[in-house]
Ligand binder design. Structure first.
Ligand code: UGA
Length: 465
């Protein structure tokens, strides 16, 4: 099928590459010509596993880049809208890009087309798009508007798209529903997964994925409610972690016990310095605003957001406890991205913690496997950027772990110990086992677990008692 994707940001670019991978012919659009030229040259604007492979495979044949919405609408049966919906005033998402694109699409429709909303948007957006198309003179027989929310995570976006837990299609006519079923047929029939060069399946893959058909409004709500629920899980476990610290319990054990209940599940129960990124903070604020407009005061969301903010302040208190005073201390920071596996620093808890440390008069040397360049755009030269974790740790008063990069778990602890001036680690992502850290001679602080002291100190303490 011939498909256009308007917007070549995170969702748009990944969707276009993956739909081409499923055998469709894609036109990926953007109004930023510099970005289009870079994409045509084979440059990849985001750090995302398997995206380079897919773009190299399909660019120039099944996937082309363009800035002409009019041409794309003329050539394609389906037009996905995947433009940004940045945070606007009072928590409302700014829908001006979606409206602008809908108007342009409306001006170009002359035969039946399906317009598919993929950006994260508040409920009723499909109705607004319908109205915009009608106001721009498109007869109602010439279009359907569908909601097809995306659930991909940064860092595993390609795998999430091709191996989704579910595909949600909000369509109010059977004609539009059939077209969407055809688009996703290679996944729902399982055919894609039999291909020899298919992107490898993640461990948790549900093959084939179910396609859930709903009304457009339900699909729109599914997206906001899913993100809000996941954020709620994180804030819930962070609150429980706080209690663990007070009573001497271990959050890892508690998570194991809770997560083993299949009604709860173990995913998204990792405690830490809270959630960040371009989605959860923005979507929770937008969902709360939508609820408010409907006359419902969604106080649960207020609390989820409050716990998340507290988590950063709690971490800073932990750093202070570990170091006594902060002014003039040299701190090594591991991780600046909002989570591991991405170079995205939007709403990153790590950046927020670094800014607070700078305000307290600390000197920060940071290492991030991918996000340093982006971090430098907002932090400028206020901190030093190291090339490796060991370089960051060199002669530092303590080491702070702020992002859950997998490569940090493989660090040589002996070497890390020898690089640091004092063997103090404050781990905001619980990447290490406190027992192991103690054996390696570290004073180790983490979230929801007891602080551990170097083993020789334990031995000394035992001898004294
Ligand atoms: C999130 C959702 O997971 C996706 O399903 C959704 O499509 C996407 O938002 C979106 O709306 O576009 P993403 O923001 O890429 O994806 O990242 P997540 O993996 O969900 O992590 C979000 C934040 O929560 C990160 O800061 C992460 O470190 C934190 N987190 C996650 C925890 O603190 N604990 C956990 O157990 C899981």
């Amino acid at each position: 099928m011939k498909i256009a994707v308007v917007g070549s940001g995170y969702v748009g670019l990944v969707a276009a590459a993956c739909l081409a991978e499923l055998g469709h012919e894609l036109i990926c659009l953007d109004n930023d010509n510099a970005k289009l030229s870079a994409l045509r040259r084979g440059e990849i604007p985001i750090h995302e596993e398997f995206l380079p492979e897919l773009l190299a495979k399909h660019r120039g044949n099944r996937l082309v880049f363009s800035d002409s919405i009019a041409d794309a609408v003329r050539l394609c049966d389906a037009i996905f809208i995947a433009v940004g919906t940045p945070p606007g005033e009072d928590g409302y998402a700014d829908m001006s890009y979606v409206e602008c694109v809908a108007r342009e699409i409306g001006n170009a429709i002359h035969t039946y087309k399906v317009v598919i909303e993929k950006s994260t948007v508040p409920v009723n957006t499909c109705d607004c798009i319908r109205r915009t198309l009608t106001l721009n003179g498109v007869p109602t027989a010439n279009f359907d508007v569908v909601s097809n929310p995306e659930f991909l995570r940064e860092g595993s976006a390609v795998s999430d798209f091709l191996y989704p837990d579910r595909i949600v299609v909000g369509a109010d006519t059977s004609r539009a529903a059939t077209l969407l079923r055809n688009i996703y047929e290679p996944l729902t029939s399982g055919k894609y997964y039999e291909e020899e060069d298919a992107i490898p399946a993640p461990d948790t893959a549900r093959i084939p994925p179910p396609l859930i058909l709903t009304s457009t409004k339900s699909a729109e709500l599914i997206k906001h409610a899913s993100n809000a629920f996941l954020a709620m899980k994180i804030s819930f476990i962070n609150a429980v972690a706080t209690i663990c610290e007070q009573v001497g319990a271990d959050i890892a054990q508690v998570c194991q016990g809770i997560g083993a209940d299949s009604r709860i599940g173990s995913r998204f129960l990792r405690p830490g310095i809270g959630y960040g990124g371009s989605c959860f903070p923005k979507d929770l604020a937008a969902f709360r605003a939508v609820a408010h407009d409907c006359g419902y005061d969604f106080r649960l969301l207020d609390e989820v957001i409050r716990i998340n903010e507290d988590q950063r302040a709690r971490f800073l208190r932990k750093v202070r406890t570990a170091l006594w005073t902060l002014k003039g201390k040299k701190l090594a920071v591991l991780g600046l991205a909002f989570k591991g596996g991405t170079d995205d620093i939007r709403e990153s808890p790590a950046i927020s913690v670094v800014n607070s440390l700078l305000k307290e008069g600390c000197e920060v040397v940071a290492y991030d496997p991918a996000a340093s360049a982006r971090a430098a755009e907002v932090l400028n030269s206020k901190i030093t950027y190291a090339e490796t974790a060991y370089e960051a740790a060199s002669n530092a008063d303590a080491l702070l772990i702020l992002t859950d990069w997998e490569e940090f778990t493989a660090l040589d602890l002996k070497r890390l110990h020898s690089e640091l001036k004092y063997p103090i680690i404050v781990d905001g992502r619980n990447l290490f086992d406190p027992g192991v850290m103690s054996e390696h001679g570290f004073l180790y602080f983490s979230v929801g677990r007891q602080d551990s002291v170097p083993q020789h100190d334990v031995a000394k303490a035992r001898r004294v008692s």
